[in-house]
Ligand binder design. Sequence first.
Ligand SMILES: Cc1ncc(COP(=O)(O)O)c(C=O)c1O
Length: 395
Amino acid sequence: MSASPESGPEYTRAEIVIDLSAIRRNVETLCEAVAAHTDGPAVMVVVKADGYGHGLYGSARAARAGGATWLGVAERGEALDLRGDGDTGRILAWLAMPGEDFGPLIEADVDVAAYSVAQLEEIAAAAEGVGKPALVHLKIDTGLSRGGAPMAQWKALVDAARTAEQAGHVRVAGIWSHLACSDQPDHPANAEQGEAFTAALEIADEAGLEPEVRHLANSAAALLHPESWYDLVRIGIAAYGLSPAPAVVSADELGLVPAMTVRARAALSKDIAVGDGVSYGHTYIAEKAMRVALVPLGYGDGIPRHASSTAPVQVRGMRSQVLGRVCMDQFVVEAPRGTVAGDEIVLFGPGADGEPTAQDWAEACGTISYEIVTRMGGVAGRAERRWTDDDGSLV
Ligand SMILES: Cc1ncc(COP(=O)(O)O)c(C=O)c1O
């Protein structure tokens, strides 16, 4: 069993390697793309869901080093964990439950989102208890029909926020929304949502609100729709080196480098004969005599079962693919002659050495790259995760 210089220390089974320098450089590239250092919007890097599977702390630190002045997370625990890690920059946490205790977030200077008057009242009450104003981002639903106040309730939310602001319980730090179809540049919803956002901003303005940041854009909008930039863009998947709109533009064309590599050692390698059925259900029958390798990862480790007989891998420099069904702990791939137990099988990586990418896996599995990287590791957590910097060293 030998390790290439880039593969770092030996691993025995499987590993998920995160290149933090790739995240840092991607964020630098994205800051340049939106001119964040000149007149462009500030950049928020979204590190929810354990940094899209890349690790919360490493992703956050790399994002800050690359120029992110904001971090975005979905829920309170993620924000408080970042504070616990020593992050002192702006953080927005945007998905709270009824009855949420906003006190610790306000105490920790975490910006929070309000989707309704009821939620704003909870935030204001918590701020009163803590004795300092909450930094609130009012969310308008401009057409995604997901989070945020619908237009019919927007004025009520704005007025409640103004009242709470005058009482000293909140500061309206942001007004924001989220796009439904930003990865489809010609979709009419983009313009419709843009118009609705403008109307919502006017209502807020008339009520006397002066938000520090207005924000609408995710990665695809940041890269494809400059008119959606406003004061802040919220970048998720692109920071991890994957295209938010692969049908329009590739990660490579955007100058982004995928940060996650998943690889494993063959637990076994052997020859099978023409006509042999492979894995449960014999959904794959060998059309020729061939060598196969057994990969010690399965759906318990986050490998989609939809990868069965379709997802690409690289073994000894050769592209091959999954044969038959992905099981809970293992799956079989075609392997070049001479493959032995312990040889490395790369599931996906940056793509620079001919290995597949997470985008290739997404296409093979009928999903999006977001889901591929976020689920890697799975609940079983049996693959080692490690983080490297520029020179491949551990961090
Ligand atoms: C509210 C919000 N903003 C921004 C993002 C980042 O999106 P993307 O990863 O497409 O850049 C997300 C992620 O889903 C989100 O939920």
